[in-house]
Design a protein around this ligand. Sequence first.
Ligand code: DCT
Ligand code: MG
Length: 416
Amino acid sequence: LLDINWFTESMAAGHPVDILDRHRLRVRTEPSHGAMVPTLKGYACQRRTPLQHHNALLTDALLVLAENAEFCEDEGRSVAFRRAGAVLKALPQAVHKMEDLQGVPCLGGHSQRVIKEILEDGTSREVEMVLQSEQYQAMKALTNIFGVGVKTADRWFREGLRLPSDALNSGHKLNHAQQAGLQYYDDLNTPVTKAEADSIGQIVEEAVQAVLPGAEITLTGGFRRGKPTGHDVDFLITHPEEGKEEGLMPKVVSWLEARGLLLYQKTNINSYLEATDGPARPPHNMDRFERCFSIFRLERPRASPEQHPQAVGEEQPQERGSPLGRRASESPGWKAVRVDLVVSPVSQFAFALLGWTGSQLFERDLRRWAGQEKRMSLSSHALYDSTQNRYLRPCSEAEIFALLGLEFIPPSERNA
Ligand code: DCT
Ligand code: MG
């Protein structure tokens, strides 16, 4: 006789189920012939996803399709390709044939066709076509401008703009973020290293201690997950005494500006109030912490002439598409770096830390798991249990995972 709990758990774990006849079901708990990992689970927050994985050829291809779908404002398709890529990152070995993927969840028909073609021919025609397409290349270049989202880039593309320099010469009125995005385009599209993130961390630490002794800063985002580089540096700031953190950001910003360390900044005030906002998540899952989007002016460590041979007279080529692009030789002393500063009251710190550590897909699946599997609502501020009609008050990331009925996944394995 069937133990229904065992059966549903096996289903949830992704084991294939065969219907033998109307009285008998068989759950295949052993890998069927050739299958590698039939037990990978369907939500990214149930899986361990290391930074280094074995299927980069496939995940890079799926990422191109995900980006392209995003450029076409087809979020559903984009997420489907991202989910397919994410599940491949969690596999313990390289995929060589389609049978290796038996029992692996999250692979839709389109993703499977692309994977099959790459396994057989080495490349996917569709991916190659996207990479060659004028639209993809232009959208990529235009959305790489800080301050330019998909909607703006799409409008510009329809008007005939292709390169960042076109945006500059088009006569469009650009907002401050876009102006900064164009001015520092090359630097902002050069990955930020961990060493640079650490240097910025020291500056932020000094600024924060100067204006609020006892405040604590934590490096979040990709660097907390162990990435060696990132597109920006994310910091979370709090103070062990609730309320002390109020009004902190403008003071930190003033301290930094007074020392000429900021090339750009825009601060949003904290607008989260549990009593008025309630457990529903705001649109686009944006949190409502006090947040500063900034561009730091980071002094470069002095290099000896051997390390920078071009410094002794050689011209550096200017990159194609670099609009106001400073040449490295024009201002070799510093680099523009995107930095996000977020202030959280200590009572919300665990949620903020979990929400700001990512990856984006890991976060998305945490929220989806909470809602669909647990009837809870998770944000970067709070966890609300709709069954008990009350907020739960965990004090650490580990407690949040436990309340959600999930095994704790450390940051280094949240790279979905
Ligand atoms: N985040 C999220 N949903 C988004 C955007 C961000 O949950 N739509 C969270 C997860 C990561 C964190 O915020 C910081 O965002 P990014 O800096 O964009 O991501 P990252 O993982 O730090 O990537 P990178 O290393 O390129 O900065
Ligand atoms: Mg980041």
